[in-house]
Design a protein around this ligand. Structure first.
Ligand code: ADP
Ligand code: MG
Length: 402
């Protein structure tokens, strides 16, 4: 996908233009689609590695979206095409869909259809053409966008009556049980439930949520996403290891989940863990999770009070915790935070699973170009490939377009 530059001097990019999806669908399948749907990628403002501890997260939807043109079929055939992937149409039989059976990228939308059928919904097949402007593998949830747009389209076409949260749960089931990726619920909930001009305060324990006003432009602020374009192999086993460490911490503390440990009890709990002979890493993980849950609450209080600038230092604290306690950062992410702050950003942190992927930078709108340029120059000076930098405008969640 080609990116269009915002201006010639800034490395900040615009969003690539969509292919004409109706025309692509008609060429592939011989008819016009019954409808067109969109679902966004997301970036998480604060609350990292908290969603598998029943904790809080605070994502916002990006203007970058997956779009699907879809028609129903009644003959048990599922046909899938992505304009972003070389190769033609993937054709599958819905009654033969089985978890962990490959299919590459097509496993994400196919898994959604499988999850709907597993839940007893009479989905009898579909023709689907997909395209997306969400960068893949950058920690911005291109996979959740694909799942949620597919779930929403099938929900509408087959009149299933599922709520946005139920569509999110369907997408997560597809990713966990069909594709085989152990992700939490944040990504799909963000794609399904976010609204324009807001960040989503999500309680991952019961999926209760609140739209928190986050009108950056009105405040003269910009949230930059910096995609480092790296993915270190170390990340593969790290998620499972952190997850197991958090479960061990909760077990030693005699609580169901780390969510159940209030911040006021953190110091005493860390002493309890040390006395119980907990691994040093478990102590660090507990400190991060309980601290990040609190940082979500701090940021929400600041946003509600209209003091968005004061969230900057909280983002910096979140980064330090992810770097030193959870140890999921990497040199490229640390460099974004360091270079952005040195150039006058209000605060910055890695976002998503870490070991590469993206960072967010909160900055005065007037200083956004300067900061973006400083980060790009720091990458060049360190010998890293140029990062992708764009504005995270809080955007709408999943919706029907036509
Ligand atoms: P992330 O969700 O952070 O972008 P993941 O590894 O979870 O990264 O998901 C990326 C995968 O999702 C891709 O490798 C591909 O299989 C699938 N995917 C995402 N966007 C598209 C697209 N436009 N077309 C086809 N497959 C896609
Ligand atoms: Mg993903």
């Amino acid at each position: 996908m080609t990116q269009t530059a915002v201006t010639s001097e800034t490395p900040r990019a615009g969003i690539a233009a969509f292919t004409n999806l109706s025309a692509a669908f008609a060429e592939l399948y011989g008819t016009e689609p019954e409808g067109i749907w969109a679902a966004p990628g997301r970036v998480n403002l604060i609350g990292e590695y908290t969603d598998f501890n029943d904790g809080f997260v605070m994502p916002l939807a990006l203007p970058h979206t997956a779009v699907a043109a879809v028609s129903r079929r009644t003959d048990g055939v599922l046909r899938l095409h992505s304009t972003d992937v070389p190769g033609g149409v993937v054709s599958l039989r819905v009654d033969e869909l089985a978890p962990h059976s490959g299919h590459g990228w097509a496993a994400y939308p196919a898994g959604v259809l499988w999850a709907l059928r597993e839940a007893g919904h009479p989905v009898t097949g579909a023709d689907i053409a997909l395209t997306s402007t969400v960068p893949t593998g950058a920690g911005l949830s291109s996979s959740a966008a694909l799942e949620v747009v597919t779930a929403l389209a099938l929900n509408d076409l087959f009149d299933l009556g599922l709520s946005p949260a139920e569509l999110a749960v369907t997408g997560r089931r597809a990713e966990n049980d069909f594709v085989g990726v152990p992700c939490g619920i944040m990504d799909q909930m963000a794609s399904a439930c976010c609204t324009e001009g807001h960040a989503l305060h999500l309680d991952t324990r019961d999926l209760s949520l609140r739209q928190v006003p986050f009108d950056l432009a009105a405040q003269g602020l910009t949230l930059l996403v910096v995609d480092t374009r790296v993915k270190h192999a170390l990340g593969d086993g790290a998620y499972a290891e952190r997850r197991a460490g958090c479960e061990e911490g909760a077990r030693l503390l005699g609580i169901p989940m780390l969510r159940d440990l209030p911040y006021a009890g953190l110091d005493a709990a860390l002493t309890t863990l040390a006395d119980a002979g907990a691994d040093e890493s478990v102590i660090r993980y507990v400190r991060h999770v309980v601290g990040d849950n609190r940082r979500v609450e701090q940021v929400i209080a600041l946003l509600d009070a209209g003091d968005v600038r004061a969230a900057g230092p909280v983002l910096n604290e979140g980064h330090i915790s992810l770097r030193d306690d959870l140890r999921v950062s990497c040199p490229e992410l640390d460099l974004v935070v360091e270079a952005a702050n040195a150039a006058g950003a209000l605060g910055a942190r890695m976002t998503g699973g870490g070991f590469g992927g993206s960072a967010v930078v909160l900055v005065e709108a007037a200083a956004a170009d300067t900061v973006a340029k400083a980060v790009s120059e720091a990458f060049a000076a360190a010998g890293h490939a140029a990062p992708g930098i764009f504005d995270a405008v809080p955007s709408a969640g999943a919706r029907r377009l036509h």
